[in-house]
Design a protein around this ligand. Structure first.
Ligand SMILES: [Ca+2]
Ligand SMILES: [Ca+2]
Length: 493
């Protein structure tokens, strides 16, 4: 049977002076508790008749705080006689336009079969009263009147992949809303079935973007075709100008609207790899590359951004002037003060001292710069003096076990290798020194004898850890020492 049966549902309230309700649902519209009255008819023994209903779930769609539905669950009073019941929603609804859906259930608490339903686009007034869209107070929902008109609610939308019941309403000759027995409405897609799939019972699913036209019929009365739209799927990468350094990574995300399934597939034109999660890992190639996110549900929709891979800038990874306590990064954390008052790492003689660095950023070379203090009677390239062995006095710096610098220094009046290498080069003593006799060391407690060299070297290196070994082999009399000050290690891209 397609006969529409209904309850007497009176949607009442205090009439507002003047206008018929609130505005258009803007963000500043007040939130109000909605008031209405349900009239329950006398119950009969007729199975599946609407009078079998023991409860109603009244939903105001999406107008609660945060876009939640405002829902009232109403049980009819005990007994079989008719009753009138005033209801006020416990949560507030945003005044303005709203979609009203009423479902009647066979059991209390909104349980059991749905036996009837009603729906309409309405306006919630600022006092909480309900109005039709034309501004008139919403009248009765009658079950006894004859259906004169059926219409599908305008403006209904479905996301791609979204399924929900479409909304229609039936009215009598007075325009009164009629609650319709479950199963009495028949739905039909008259155009655009490839965009919206709809069962005869009105359960519709968005298939692809576009507009379809749908009718509803009750008791042989057919509504005008009404547009039901599926908005376009739109993909947008959230990061508009992402950049990353070589070897680095950046997390990219994409927002998909118009579809329930918001998954995307990621691709990149080059310069790195991108995981399904959007995590992009840069390679060693600098430049600008195109990253694309493509909708999984609609592969014709995608978004692309230009991603720039830059060289990282140089980073100072270690610096120490040895004025404070020396840390365990040094194998021999010994600091000394020169007679002139400078604190430095040392003194060392026929020794090595190693600096261990870890957790270095990605780099292709290390710049190692420091002051080398050459103290007292260094003999440079000289083997012996008056028959006694005195040198050569060799000093070195190794990185990862390989020589970076191996040379000799002389404060005494002999040749030295520096600024060249040992063996091979020969220069006058103190060549390249930035200071001489400034540290306060005295030879024979009488003659100043020291020199400071500013050593500044760039060494190819990569890897997270580095060990720098500073050392010397000093022959002959033990009247010569050395030390380090103002040391900086910089990682270069
Ligand atoms: Ca110092
Ligand atoms: Ca010597």
């Amino acid at each position: 049977m397609r006969r529409a049966s209904a309850f007497l549902l009176v949607l009442a309230g205090v009439a507002l002076a003047g206008c018929g309700g609130g505005g258009g649902g803007g963000g500043s519209a007040p939130y109000v508790s909605v008031q209405f009255t349900i009239d329950w008819p006398a119950r009969s023994r007729a199975l599946d008749a609407p009078t079998a209903a023991l409860s109603a779930i009244v939903t105001f769609v999406g107008v609660g705080r945060g876009g939640a539905d405002v829902i009232a669950s109403v049980d009819r009073p005990d007994g079989t006689s008719s009753a009138s019941q005033s209801v006020t929603t416990t949560s507030a609804a945003r005044s303005g336009h709203a979609e009203l859906r009423v479902l009647y259930y066979a059991e209390r608490g909104g349980r059991g079969d749905v036996v009837a339903r009603a729906g309409a686009l309405i306006t919630i007034g600022t006092s909480g009263s309900l109005y039709g869209l034309d501004g008139s107070l919403l009248g009765k929902l009658s079950y006894s009147s004859d259906i004169r008109a059926v219409s599908v609610a305008p403006g209904q939308q479905l996301l791609v992949g979204e399924t929900r019941d479409l909304l229609c309403h039936a009215t009598d000759a007075n325009g009164t809303l009629l609650a319709i027995a479950e199963g009495s409405v028949f739905w039909d897609v008259v155009a655009g079935a490839e965009r919206v799939a709809c069962t005869q019972a009105g359960s519709a699913t968005g298939v692809s973007s576009g507009t379809s036209y749908i009718t509803a019929s009750v008791n042989g009365l057919v509504s005008a075709p009404e547009a039901v739209t599926v908005p376009p799927v739109v993909v947008r990468i959230d990061q508009r100008n992402p950049s990353v350094v070589t070897g680095g990574s950046v997390a990219l995300t994409a927002t998909v609207s118009g579809a329930v399934n918001t998954a995307v597939t990621w691709s990149v034109s080059g310069g790195g790899t991108i995981l399904p999660s959007g995590a992009f890992a840069a390679g060693d190639t600098t430049g600008t590359f195109t990253v694309t996110a493509t909708s999984c549900v609609d592969p014709s929709q995608s978004d692309s951004v230009e991603l720039t891979i830059n060289l990282p800038s140089s980073v100072i990874v270690y610096t120490n002037d040895f004025e404070a306590a020396v840390g365990a990064e040094w194998s021999r954390p010994r600091a000394t003060q020169s007679p002139s008052g400078r604190r430095f790492l040392g003194e060392f003689a026929d020794d090595t001292v190693t600096l261990v660095l870890d957790g270095l950023p990605r780099h292709s070379s290390l710049r190692v710069a420091f002051d080398l203090y050459i103290i007292l009677g260094w003999d440079g390239l000289q083997d012996d003096y008056q028959g006694a062995p005195v040198g050569p006095d060799v000093w070195w710096l190794k990185l990862a076990g390989s020589d970076v610098l191996r040379t000799t220094f002389a404060n005494n009046n002999f040749a030295q290798s520096y600024p060249g290498s040992y063996p091979g080069a020969a220069y006058p003593r103190r060549t390249g020194a930035v200071e001489v006799d400034t540290l306060g060391y005295l030879f024979g407690q009488q003659y100043p004898l020291d020199a400071v060299y500013r050593i500044d070297l760039v060494v190819p290196h990569s890897g997270q850890a580095a060990d720098l070994e500073f050392g010397a082999v000093l022959q002959g009399v033990r009247d010569e020492t050395w030390g380090l000050d103002n040391l900086t290690v910089q990682a270069n891209p």
